[in-house]
Design a protein around this ligand. Sequence first.
Ligand code: SF4
Ligand code: SF4
Ligand code: SF4
Length: 502
Amino acid sequence: MTGLDFIYPEFEVVRDAARCTACRACVRQCACGVHSFDAERGVMTSDETKCVNCQRCVSFCPARALKIVKSGCGPRDNANWSGDTIREIYRQASSGGVLLSSMGNPGPQPVYWDRMLINASQVTNPPIDPLREPMETQVFLGRKPDAAARDAEGRLVCSLPPQIRLSMPVMFSAMSYGSISYNAHVSLARAAAELGILYNTGEGGLHEDLYRYGANTVVQVASGRFGVHERYLEAGAAIEIKMGQGAKPGIGGHLPGSKIIGDVSRTRMIPEGTDAISPAPHHDIYSIEDLRQLVFSLKEATQYRKPVIVKVAAVHNIAAIASGIARSGADIIAIDGFRGGTGAAPTRIRDNVGIPIELALAAVDKRLRDEGIRGSVSLLAGGSIRSAADVVKAVALGADACCVATAALLALGCHLCRSCHSGICSWGIATQRPELVKRLDPEVGSRRLVNLMTAWRREIMEILGGMGINSIEALCGNRLMLRGVGLHQKELDILGIAHAGE
Ligand code: SF4
Ligand code: SF4
Ligand code: SF4
């Protein structure tokens, strides 16, 4: 015993002995085995080394006797060597392993959504009251023709490529069955159907029970091709080729064999207990021409009835990459910013690779407009869309719609404890343990998702009305509606907006 491997627990369980009735609800609720009852001494005890601060026990303590607080005890840190950095060094010195994390990058880089403010009408072009006047929030995603076509008799020819209709400019991001639970997927699917939007299978295939929600499903094809077959492609409203993910650009995915059990293994079409490893590249894609082949293979396989989305991580030369994708025949480009969530990613990648979605989105929209090909694709923006205001700002920067994942998980009960990669989620979301999965009631989950999106839709209508705009599609790329605060000229130039006061 050297003491070198000891790291003082990050969180502390504070139990108010005067309130605690020893009911043991906390013992039953904590999936990490922190609480126990010491029968000999007749007291509740805690093993705080196991606590991830998921707040489950706090929420279920009937006596409000519990608090989980930051312990505050740790190595002496400073502005250069933070406590987290020092603890990570200790962990690596002990294990020799790559550090794993989940959820999005928590780093201090600027959140540009918070540095942009939205315009409102005052005297001329008066505001619109969305309670009394029509307000359109639906959007159509897919390739649009450059001009209206007419036949020899002058009649309008309507031969649009396949489009996706969303009742509001939001859809649920890709989250695979395996990384999240069956009940989480059912909640997302039901909510998407009720709301008239889409959810996304991620790379884990589509569970048999969820084929009935196909009209509200994006089916994903990732480098591992898990669960991909003809019926799967046919089932979705759109097909997404995943080239990259904001939380881990440039690397593949890994779902440990311990999570590949039962239905997860059947849905992914791989044997139980086998690690599901998606390679970093698609082994048949090394150029835009190769990507074009897969885009058209998928279109061919579905008789050109489904739009094809290509999802990429926001990286340094994203504008040029998007230009290539637009020319590959893709109908929609999904850009995922560096704060996007994940079930598991190497910590160093998550925190240091990629760029903010706001800058990536603005750069891509500008590049496609400059090249005269903006109409050939729709743009989806994801990677930490936290509110209706973020959605409106993203649309003004050029997004046709936004992808939302972390906010949806929060609606399902996630407390951002950032331990999804452990597979032990006390809230029944990022887990496959049956006794935990059943903690999430899909009926309740879907209702909460519908509530959240309904609230956002109402807020979007209020913001639009304030701007004097009565259709979300009329806002797309209208950067005059945004002003920056506290941003340098270079940042303003990339965002394509003026500074507040200008
Ligand atoms: S749930 Fe609350 S009241 Fe019950 S044993 Fe735990 S701390 Fe005590
Ligand atoms: S892991 Fe969650 S449930 Fe367990 S003690 Fe910590 S906060 Fe409570
Ligand atoms: S999904 Fe579960 S494990 Fe992941 S951050 Fe949320 S509460 Fe924690």
